[in-house]
Design a protein around this ligand. Sequence first.
Ligand code: DC
Length: 230
Amino acid sequence: MNPTAPMAPSFLIVAIDGGAAAGKSTTARALSSQFNLLHVDTGSYYRAVTHELLRQGVPSDDTAAIAHAASGLALGTRVQGHRAQIEIGGHGVDEAALRGPAVNAAVSHFAAVPAVRSALLAYQRDQARIAREHGFAGLVMEGRDIGTVIFPDADFRFFLHADPAERARRRAAEGQQDSIAERDRLDSTRKASPLQCPPGATGLDSTHLTLEEVVARVSAPIAARLAANT
Ligand code: DC
């Protein structure tokens, strides 16, 4: 079986990629409730792994130690409402810690290590099975490499972008301290699965759009496809 192929014609996979604060999470959340999809925020998975590696004292520049620690992680999933949440060693990770300055500063370094990416690859694809088991109509997965690597055959692939100044304003409005330009630079220039617009994906510049307008533009083709199939 091709692990990247959509699982069944009626099971919908929506991939949303883009840089930090491009509007991915708000859009994915809205789609998940509109179309009964499991919402998978893979950024939070990289954040949880980073948090755990920091907790274990693994240095972010020691590739061998990172590979050893990453391959030993016991990953599980808890579904809460429409959202999938990662568990490590049977425990969830506190949301505030995931978004804190220590994880913000380290996550792009750990995410660039191929062993960390391969530790999460099968786990991320397996979220489709979990969505089916929980009775969802599909899944919406957001990240940096969803349309390029995780689900290149997704039914819909979107790439969101926005001016750096607007994205920094959005993060500040959320009260977060985050060097998004630096993270984007690291995420786009790494060798392993860099942030890039998947070939053939629908690009959307959200700089001058409200989040409601972004959601409306992304959901319209999905609603049209579903209506045509009924
Ligand atoms: O979406 P976010 O800003 O919470 O993501 C945090 C970091 O995780 C991001 O800077 C790069 C990494 N990431 C990744 O490398 N691949 C993904 N699919 C998702 C996130």
